[in-house]
Write a protein that binds this ligand. Structure first.
Ligand code: NFS
Ligand code: SF4
Length: 657
């Protein structure tokens, strides 16, 4: 037994190979000393199943499970006769169904809250951004002139409910899709009706013995994914802005150094902003602040992680302690007095690590209980009773701290919160807010193109490394980078989300950033806020000069360290919307199969985008830039780009800098 333990210890990889995040590395070191095993160690000891990694197995019925051979994909079929393409496309479809369900259920929770606020049944929240309410309503054809806020909100609710429940027709936000893109969708029969219907149909069609032609399954896969991007996710973003305020850029602190040894540290991790909003109220409650002081603390320090943190820091300036692969490590500081979570990306291991370091872990959402964590249910009709209790429990843990405290002294600054609305204003100015300056700078070649770099971190990759190297490479080549999710925290920790980072950009992008005073890397929110990228892309098409559809734009996307099914759903709606979208880590489809060819080439031929795969950040950047250049050429603006490149001397000093 002891010997086994030693062997498994010997197999553990070097910490510097696991993460480029100094704070996380320091905590991983401490965890090993403390005898606590993290996801990084578990990943090293859990060899991924090669058949599963390729999606070459099926367990959709009890005649199987059937395992095909990725090396000879057409050499064998399942017991029912299912081919490799059927099996892989069904598996892919179910990942998209699960990912889309997660975002749309999150969006629906926001919509439920919105309805109850509008009805006057919930009093602890209100409509914070009336301007946004009106503009969202107008964007889907609701007349706002002469109507009260309540009337507009009621109509908007009724319309947006169709995003979920509609059985026939097109979802409301289809009205925002550029005409030619929408035409392509109509031609292929993939305009979403309602998210519930699309996800249900996708589950049905991927059942044993239903849709067994990968080229037909892909249509429902796209339709469900689009019901996420232009449906559930977009509703989540827009309603959150209406209820909690549309983000504008703020300077925020990131990294584990935001924890304070002499304060009660409370971390919120998860995805839905309602919990966070109430927590912000609770930590400002004078009686609770007094209780914290009576317990010997200098104050209460609220900190975010993952997407909850992203939702909150731009609206309240609350610091952010780190992304997905730091959520376990943060407990190792011993300084966390409570962590509270709601839904999504909450590793079950948190219950164990919390226990090891004497930190209470609270689940709050009826959809997410975790064995070993304490559940205090959050009710929007009485939100403070949950969040006040969590603060009280955190104070008591502070008073009785026994864990050794070691907080990595690392803190970085980032400027985040670039909503679509703000980008419009930032580039165009108050009186002529528009995307014209962005389009002009793309056309004249100062900005080569736009890239979305998004998504998770994954213990099978060196944490943050691919995100940071990819983004550096892109901006050096004058590609403006837009970010959501855990990726932007990687870049914030690397110092690239401040205006000063403009010196790392190529000469064209640098000039634009310096003129406007913006960073070359724009953090725009949580993963549901990828919908902001869709809106920006539509706006770029509408502004003119860059083609007629999203597929014409010199743009590309990447999720270099992805891990979740939500990421696959996002990837698919980006592809169906017209983007070239590259994933790293691993791609769950066997190469040189018909389904692979469809995803990586066929969809583009149908007028959409396409999937790509690369593990290495420089290869990823090369592929994205080549695609951007291909689109520039098709638009006839490649000449302009060459002109800006003439000054090679400048460029060399840039590269040297
Ligand atoms: Ni996105 Fe947010 Fe992070 Fe990945 Fe998870 S927190 S929704 S899924 S891990 S980026
Ligand atoms: Fe095997 Fe077909 Fe059943 Fe899948 S559906 S487990 S391939 S028999």
């Amino acid at each position: 037994m002891e010997k086994d333990k030693e062997i498994s210890k010997k197999k553990l990889p070097e910490i510097r190979d696991l993460t480029t995040c100094e704070a996380t590395a320091q905590m991983l070191e401490k965890a090993r000393k403390d005898g606590y095993e993290t996801a990084f160690d578990r990943a090293a000891n859990m060899k991924a199943c090669p058949i599963g990694a390729d999606s070459a197995c099926c367990k959709h019925c009890a005649m199987g499970p059937c395992r095909l051979n990725a090396k000879d994909p057409y050499g064998k079929v399942g017991v029912c006769g299912a081919t490799i393409d059927t099996i892989m496309s069904r598996n892919f479809g179910r990942m998209v169904a699960a990912g889309s369900a997660s975002h749309t259920d999150h969006g629906m929770a926001m919509l439920d809250l919105f309805r109850e606020v509008v009805n006057g049944n919930i009093k602890d929240y209100s409509i914070k951004d009336v301007h946004k309410l009106e503009s969202v309503a107008q964007s889907i054809g609701i007349e706002t002139e002469g109507k009260s806020t309540k009337e507009i909100a009621t109509e908007l609710y009724t319309e947006l409910e169709r995003t979920y429940t509609q059985v026939d027709g097109e979802i409301p936000f289809a009205k925002r899709v550029p005409e030619k893109t929408l035409e392509t969708w109509r031609k292929h029969g993939i305009v979403p009706r309602g998210a519930m219907r699309e996800i249900m149909e996708l589950m049905h069609r991927t059942h044993m013995g239903v849709d067994q032609d990968y080229s037909n399954i892909i249509k429902q896969i796209s339709r469900a994914a689009l019901a996420d991007g232009w449906g559930g996710s977009m509703v989540a973003t827009e309603i959150s802005d209406i209820l909690f305020g549309t983000p504008t850029p703020v300077s925020i602190e990131v990294n584990m150094g935001v924890l304070k040894e002499n304060e009660v540290n409370i971390i919120i991790h998860g995805h839905e902003p309602n919990l966070f909003e109430s927590m912000v109220e609770s930590v400002r409650e004078p009686s609770l602040i007094k209780a914290a002081k009576d317990a010997g603390a200098a104050g209460i320090n609220l900190v975010g992680m993952c997407c909850s943190g992203l939702e909150a820091f731009v609206r309240h300036g609350i610091p952010h302690a780190g992304n997905f692969m730091s959520t376990e490590a943060i407990f190792v500081t011993g300084a966390v007095d409570a962590m509270t979570v709601d839904v999504q990306c909450i590793q079950q291991a948190l219950a164990k690590v919390a226990d090891c370091y004497g930190t209470p872990l609270f689940t709050t959402n009826p959809r997410c209980h975790i064995e070993g964590a304490e559940h205090i249910e959050f009710h929007e009709h009485d939100p403070k009773s949950c969040t006040d209790e969590i603060v009280i429990r955190a104070i008591s843990r502070f008073k009785n701290r026994t864990a050794v405290i070691e907080i990595p002294k690392i803190k970085n600054i980032g400027v985040h919160g670039f909503s679509h609305e703000y980008i419009n204003y930032m580039l165009g100015g108050t009186f002529r807010a528009s995307y014209t300056p962005l389009n002009d700078n793309i056309i004249n070649g100062r900005i080569r193109g736009v890239a979305g770099v998004v998504g998770c971190t994954n213990p099978r990759m060196k944490q943050d490394y691919v995100h940071v190297e990819l983004v550096k490479e892109l901006i050096k080549n004058d590609v403006l980078v837009i970010q959501t999710g855990c990726s932007q925290i990687a870049l914030a920790k690397a110092g690239l989300t401040t205006p000063e980072a403009a010196h790392l950009a190529g000469p064209g992008l640098k000039e634009v950033c310096e003129t406007v005073g913006m960073p070359p890397v724009l953090g725009i929110g949580a993963c549901v806020d990828n919908s902001r990228i869709l809106i920006m892309a539509s706006e770029m098409v509408r502004t003119g000069g860059l083609g007629d559809s999203i597929a014409d734009l010199p743009a590309a996307g990447a999720a270099p360290e992805w891990m979740s099914e939500k990421a696959i759903a996002i990837g698919q709606y980006f592809v169906a919307s017209g983007f070239y979208t590259i994933f790293g880590v691993t791609f769950p489809i066997v190469e040189e199969t018909k389904f692979h060819k469809l995803l990586f080439e066929g969809l583009e031929e149908q007028g959409m985008g396409k999937w790509g795969f690369a593990i290495d950040p420089y290869e990823m950047a090369r592929l994205m830039i080549a695609h951007i250049d291909k689109k520039r050429k098709a638009l006839g603006i490649d000449k302009a780009r060459e002109r800006t490149l003439v000054d090679m001397a400048d460029r060399r000093t840039m590269d040297a800098a």
